[in-house]
Structure formats: C-alpha cells, structure tokens
Design a protein around this ligand. Structure first.
Ligand SMILES: Nc1ncnc2c1ncn2[C@@H]1O[C@H](COP(=O)(O)OP(=O)(O)OP(=O)(O)O)[C@@H](O)[C@H]1O
Length: 250
C-alpha cells in the first residue's frame, strides 16, 4: 500500500533520515519504532507529503506520489495523525471530526452525520456536543483518530496515538485500532509502547539515528542485538547475553 524508498532528509548539518526504506503491506498494521530523535516523525512527514524529501521516492497504492502535495495524498486515501493533538478549540467534538469528513462531501449535513458515526465508533458518543477543548488527553487522542478516520482513508499513519494514555486507556484503544484494520484500512504506526507494538503489529521497522537498522516480526526485532544496543547503549546485547547465561546456571 505504501512504499517509502531510500528517503533522506537533512536539516542543515544533521541527517535526520538517511536512505530509509519502509513498506506498509495492504491490510496489515506495521510499526515504526526507534529511540527519541531517531527520525520517525520526519519519515512520516515525508511519507505524507508534509515535508519534501532530499532524496528517495514514495509510492502509494502503486502510484508515485513523491511530488504530490499532502491534500492530494489525503484525497487519494492517506490520513495521518499528529503527535501533538491540536483540536479546533472553539468547535465541538462533532464539528472537529466533521473537518475530516468534509474531504469527501461538501454537504454539512452529511459531514455531521459521518462525524457522528465515526465519533460514536471511537467511544466519543457522550462527548460529541462538548467543546473539544474540554477533552481529556485520552479523549483528544480518540478525536485525532476520529478526524483522520472521517476522511475515509485507505492508509492511516498514526504518530504515537497511545502516548500519554494510562494502561487501562491503552487497553481500551487497542481493539479500536485492530477493528479499523479489520475493516480494511492499512495502518502504519509510530509507537514507543512496546506492549502495543507486540500486540498489534505484524511487522516492525526500527529506525536509529536516521537509519533503518532492523525489520521483521516484533518478537524477532526485540531480540536483535542492533536494536537492543540502539535502545540501551553499546555493549548492552553482550551484557544481556552474559546475564542470561549467568542466570541459566543459578
Ligand atoms: N524542522 C527541523 N529542523 C531541524 N531539525 C529537526 C527538524 N525536525 C526534526 N529535527 C531533528 O531531526 C531529528 C529527528 O527528529 P524526529 O522528530 O523525526 O525524531 P523522532 O524519532 O520522531 O523522535 P521522538 O520519538 O522523540 O518523537 C532530531 O534530531 C530532531 O531534532
């Protein structure tokens, strides 16, 4: 569904993303993980067209969209959420979701009806008439997801939708994400919460200092020495092996 090939982005002296390649298979949930500052959001911004790549190409549903602006990628069926959720504070929750729905219809009544349905599906039913500014963090995350979903995407790019949620809120939202996928929406998600990644993703990519260092099923990726070192520092994988060996003899 999405193929990002050899993407590179430089910010003056810093190469934030360095020749990174990633594929989100149709109908799957693919994860993108990596330590803070690894370049994940920058890669997302290039995939969705918000940032122009210095090198590389992006194809979506078989079409080259490298030079396609974000609103046209959205029309083609690509939706993204933002790490920092900024609802239109003066609008109700329903109106905020309708902003997404207007991509598919010029009719206010239709957009509102669509917003209503999507909002209820995401557990925002009781909040639809409230001002968006009054939502909790968990509510804002749901709103962000609803707004993206209201555009009727084929591909959903989720940037840390679970950040800031408590364990029970995370437990509640995981089935919602899975249900979106089950309805045929391909998902690519940046996520720090490994429990969620293990639970949801078929394939995980690991970015470190701009470079893609691993790719595969989450359980396999978590055992990859390069990944362990990226998160825990040089020599960590060897130390863990030594510890495990020691423990086996206890
Ligand atoms: N617009 C910008 N101008 C200059 N440097 C930037 C810009 N955007 C990102 N960077 C830098 O690029 C690097 C990658 O940032 P990015 O936000 O993509 O990482 P990330 O993996 O999403 O991090 P996090 O997990 O903390 O959100 C960082 O060093 C960051 O400071």
């Amino acid at each position: 569904m999405l193929l990002a090939e050899g993407l590179t982005k430089r910010f003056s002296g810093l190469t934030a993303v360095d020749n990174a390649t990633l594929r989100a298979e149709q109908g799957a949930i693919t994860g993108l993980i990596g330590p803070n500052g690894a370049g994940k959001t920058t890669l997302f911004a290039m995939a969705s067209g918000f940032l122009k790549a210095d090198a590389g190409r992006v194809s979506f549903a078989g079409e080259d969209v490298t030079a396609t602006p974000p609103h046209m990628r959205a029309e083609a069926g690509m939706a993204r959420t933002f790490q920092i959720v900024q609802p239109f504070a003066g609008l109700s929750v329903r109106e905020n979701i309708a902003v997404g729905a207007f991509l598919r219809t010029p009719s206010r009544a239709e957009a509102m009806a669509r917003a209503d349905a999507v909002g209820r599906r995401l557990g925002l039913g009781p909040d639809l008439d409230r001002a968006a500014a009054g939502l909790t963090v968990a509510g804002r995350k749901r709103l962000e997801l609803a707004r993206a979903l209201a555009t009727e995407p084929r591909l959903l790019l989720l940037d840390e939708v679970l950040a800031g949620l408590n364990p029970s809120e995370i437990r509640d939202i995981l089935p919602v994400i899975r249900a979106i996928r089950d309805e045929g929406v391909t998902i690519l998600m940046i996520e720090h919460i490994m429990q969620a990644v293990m639970n949801l993703c078929e394939t995980v990519y690991v970015l470190n200092q701009g470079r893609m260092i691993a790719e595969g099923p989450p359980a396999q990726v978590c055992e990859d020495p390069m990944v362990i070192e990226a998160y825990l520092g040089k020599g960590a994988a060897a130390r863990m092996r030594a510890d495990a060996g020691g423990a086996a003899h206890v």
